[in-house]
Write a protein that binds this ligand. Sequence first.
Ligand code: SAM
Length: 353
Amino acid sequence: MSQQIDEAKLHAFIGKMLGDLGGAMSVPTVRIGLRLGLFQALAAAPADAGELAARAGGLHPRYVREWALAQAANGYVDYDPASDRFSLSPEQAMVFVVPDSPVYLPGAFELVAAMIEAEPRVEQCFRDGSGVRWGDHAGCLFCATGAFFRPGYVNNIVQNWIPALDGIEARLRSGAKVADVGCGVGFSTMLMAEAYPASEFVGYDFHEPSIDEARRHASEHGLGDRVRFECAPAKAIGENGFDLVTMYDCLHDMGDPRGCAAHMREILAPGGHWMVVEPIAGDAPEQNMNPVGRLYYNASTMICVPTSLDQEVGEGLGAQAGEGRLSAIMREAGFTSVRRAAEGPFNMVLEAA
Ligand SMILES: C[S@@+](CC[C@H](N)C(=O)[O-])C[C@H]1O[C@@H](n2cnc3c(N)ncnc32)[C@H](O)[C@@H]1O
């Protein structure tokens, strides 16, 4: 190496790498803790390793102790050396054990595991320019995706995003027809259906197992009569007359977002609106060099771009497409009014009419 090493820069960089690798290595232990109910058991009351192992249904105490120390070192649980007991703070509980909290993150850990499982497939895509079919990514990418986005939807769709649209909330309250396109396992569809009982909802996705799962959820929630789920690619949806079309975190995954945009215009009733929820991003890459952009660029490399490149056209917008490119696609399809109606730390909501 001919260049001089700046020791301070090197130390700072190694410090960052230690944090990053610690986070990466926490993925399997966190997932085990979630599946075995260890965070849940700790949320009930502080415990030493033996008590925690017993409370979680008779697990092996030695493994549970090492797990608990790992989580304490992660900062994901608290440790009191004087009593040798572990506990979960209310803030840690919001992340690991409260499913409707806006920062419930188990789905993110599932997503990371699915990304690692799909590594050889995506590596091959780099070599030959092919894509990965949504259903071929990894064991349960689609469940992980549903779980990852659900907390954001539970806390925003009805409270913030729909009310930010122009006149749509009133139409949904009095009775409207809604298509939720690219609905995955249907959490977004069902949240809307529960909130607006006078309206009728159809969820569409081209991935059959997601639609099966969505139908199962809907019948469990007793929403069978007002919510339907249909398996169809976005451009092949045959029904029309929708007052509202929603797309949650999926337009950029589509191979032909321009063709989809044009088709959305056709299936909307006159005066209908299209709501597109997309990952928050600036238009220039340098605006996305931040912790949220980092998550999305990595997920996009492993999931979104391969999903799009697997389909016809293969536009490959990526998760950080940005408002400028997305709005241009909407306008090109003939929508004359396009605006950012709302935004949060992870998403922006575009409205086209
Ligand atoms: C990131 S997931 C989001 C799923 C769901 N909207 C959510 O937020 O949980 C993207 C979804 O888009 C669907 N998708 C991708 N391309 C599609 C297409 N051309 N037509 C219909 N669905 C598509 C996938 O099957 C997947 O369910």
